[in-house]
Ligand binder design. Structure first.
Ligand SMILES: NC(=O)c1ccc[n+]([C@@H]2O[C@H](COP(=O)([O-])OP(=O)(O)OC[C@H]3O[C@@H](n4cnc5c(N)ncnc54)[C@H](OP(=O)(O)O)[C@@H]3O)[C@@H](O)[C@H]2O)c1
Length: 285
């Protein structure tokens, strides 16, 4: 049986479906099963992962764990990992980040530090592990949805910032292969999982425009205004600023690298951003 944290999230929902398709037994964790809308074939279980006292039963009887920091944060992830070790779980697939590069010198931003800390805990756990180090998620652009719907405008501090947006289905597919692995072929592997092409913010906005059949314009705003817009209870203003400066540092630089991990691990090519935009057109219309 495979336990999926963040099961109602972007990756988790795809992953649950994919694991069920492959005939696996799945325990899907969510804070609210009544609103989860997960397939009935999954065992959907109520779990707030910030409640360390309630973790043991969630892992009982599991062979593998998909660990997503989005489900409760870094401390919860480490507590879930400890509970997995105690429960005799064999394998963990960690949803990590391309920001982690195996060089402590590169832990220059909070995203790298947070994921690197959990990667270290996973390595030290004694479990078999696979890291899925995703590049920028295509789903990040859902943050533009309200503004595109209202005015056809994306307000961004760095229209020329580059990334390699990755489809949540590709992240889920890579994670599924590693979770279902009984050969050990994926144990000890840190996969950098990206989309198939580097795109700027302006290019992603234009692709969304094509998908919805309406021009989408990018309006440049200050770093401060951009930080204000994404700051919130889970993103202090200073972290938001750090993130925006990080995006800005990619402007005019060589394109970030494209990885072939999706194809190597799953056997199918990575899904292009244009496909992602078509599949999510309703969110922007
Ligand atoms: N965005 C990027 O570009 C990027 C790049 C690399 C890595 N990452 C990593 O990917 C993560 C995001 O993954 P995602 O997009 O799949 O996440 P997501 O869509 O935000 O899903 C997170 C899920 O976690 C659950 N959750 C939240 N708090 C919880 C709690 N206290 N206890 C239990 N469950 C909780 C929520 O489900 P319920 O409401 O049903 O409980 C939610 O559906 C980031 O946090 C980061 O670690 C992101």
């Amino acid at each position: 049986m495979i336990v999926v944290t963040g099961a109602t999230g972007n990756i988790g929902r795809r992953l649950v479906g994919r694991l069920l398709q492959d005939g696996a037994q799945v325990r899907a964790l969510t804070r609210d099963p009544s609103r989860a809308g997960l397939p009935p074939a999954a065992e959907t279980v109520r779990a707030d992962l910030t409640d360390a006292a309630g973790l043991a039963p969630l892992l009982a009887g599991a062979e593998a764990l998909f660990l997503n920091l989005a489900a409760g944060g870094e401390q919860s992830a480490v507590a879930v990992l400890d509970a997995a070790v105690t429960a005799g779980v064999r394998r963990v697939v960690l949803n990590s980040s391309v920001a982690v590069t195996d060089s402590p010198a590169d832990e220059t931003n909070f995203i790298a530090r947070m994921h690197a800390a959990v990667e270290r805990a996973v390595r030290a756990s004694g479990l078999e592990w696979t890291f899925v180090r995703g590049s920028n998620y295509a789903t990040n652009t859902l943050g533009w949805a309200a503004s595109i719907r209202e005015s056809g405008v994306v307000r961004n501090a760095h229209p020329g910032a580059q990334g390699v947006p990755v489809h949540e289905a590709d992240l889920a597919d890579v994670a599924a292969v590693a979770l279902l692995d009984r050969t050990g072929a994926h144990a000890g592997q840190a996969y950098v999982v990206t989309g198939p092409e580097a795109l700027t913010v302006a290019e992603q906005a234009a692709e969304i425009g094509r998908a919805i059949g309406r021009e989408v314009r990018v309006e440049q705003i200050s770093e401060d205004a951009a930080a204000e817009a994404i700051a919130g209870p889970h993103m202090p203003k200073e972290s938001a600023r750090e993130l925006i400066r990080m995006f800005g540092s990619t402007v005019g630089r060589p394109a970030p690298p494209v990885s072939d991990a999706v194809e190597r691990v799953t056997g199918h090519p990575a899904r292009p951003f244009a496909q992602w935009a078509r599949e999510h057109a309703a969110d922007f219309s």
